[in-house]
Design a protein around this ligand. Structure first.
Ligand SMILES: [Mg+2]
Length: 119
């Protein structure tokens, strides 16, 4: 059965890139451009995994992660950011994986496969 991934990123180009690549891997992909939109979407329809940007205007990914884990404890969340230093922020430790953004999506795609196969 297809797995559903919610991609949360304020950059449209990245959202579309992730959507295309992850759909190529056989997933269904939903998009959200902000943390609030992501939380609203999760309320309406469950997903199997969330791919979450950290740096976003308004609610940042660390806060979104906290709220997601508060409500959906077992929903896997992958943090994806251009900034490796967030890894040392305790607010990010609740994530299931932490990926530094790169034009090469190999690591990200493999991590998603690993996490989804564990479910
Ligand atoms: Mg961003």
């Amino acid at each position: 059965m297809k797995k559903k991934i919610l991609v949360v990123d304020d950059e449209e180009g990245l959202r579309l890139l992730y959507k295309e690549e992850l759909e190529d891997d056989g997933n269904d992909v939903e998009l959200a451009s902000s943390g609030l939109e992501a939380l609203e979407k999760l309320e309406v329809a469950p997903v199997d995994l969330v791919l979450l940007d950290i740096k976003m205007p308004g609610m940042d990914g660390v806060e979104v992660l906290r709220r997601v884990k508060e409500k959906w404890k077992n929903l896997p969340v992958i943090l994806c950011t251009a900034y490796p230093h967030y890894k040392h922020d305790f607010g990010t430790w609740a994530s299931d994986a932490y990926i530094v953004k790169s034009s090469d999506l190999t690591e990200l795609k493999q991590t998603i496969k690993d996490i989804l196969s564990r479910k």
